[in-house]
Ligand binder design. Structure first.
Ligand code: RP5
Length: 163
């Protein structure tokens, strides 16, 4: 696949069990007409797949990476360590600690290796999709217009009074 035909965003997650959360990022990208590829890449269970993905992400043509994981959530930080592409981290809500563990694992990166960390769970995943689109929109006017329309629709959908 040539770089120009490649998906713009990579959505990676530590487990199949993360997909119900991470699919919210995919839904947002679908809405905005942004191409993506979703993959399971576990920092712990498939470390070699992780290295291969992170080292090859730029040459695959990706522009932004959305990485979600739960618990001891090393995936976003490890990906960020091996690529200069922007990495957006989504803390998946864990069973034992409700995602507090995921959040702290992802957000507390040392200076020099940034991960843009979103909220725990589905809201974070949806916002990661939106933020990935916003990053791409800085050099894509048509996408910027679609983002503005989405925001306007969201605003128009808020009633003045509760029912
Ligand atoms: C992490 O462990 C994954 O990101 C997932 O959130 C969590 C649990 O994984 P499973 O045991 O459900 O595969 O690596």
């Amino acid at each position: 696949m040539s770089a120009s035909a490649a998906p713009q965003v990579a959505i990676v997650m530590g487990s199949q069990s993360d997909w119900p959360t991470m699919s919210k990022a995919a839904e947002m990208l679908d809405k905005l007409g942004v191409t993506y590829d979703a993959r399971i890449v576990s920092a712990h269970r498939t470390p070699e797949r992780l290295v291969e993905f992170a080292r090859g992400a730029e040459s695959e043509g990706f522009k932004v990476i959305v990485a979600g994981a739960g618990g001891a959530a090393h995936l976003p930080g490890m990906v960020a360590a091996m690529t200069h592409l922007p990495v957006l981290g989504v803390p998946v809500q864990s069973k034992a600690l409700s995602g507090q563990d995921s959040l702290l694992s992802i957000v507390q990166m040392p200076a020099g290796i940034p991960v843009g960390t979103l909220a725990i769970g589905e809201a974070g995943a949806a916002n990661a999709g939106l933020l990935a689109a916003a990053i791409l929109a800085t050099s894509d006017e048509a996408l910027a217009d679609r983002l503005k329309v989405l925001r306007a629709e969201q605003t128009a959908g808020v009633a003045e009074k509760p029912v």
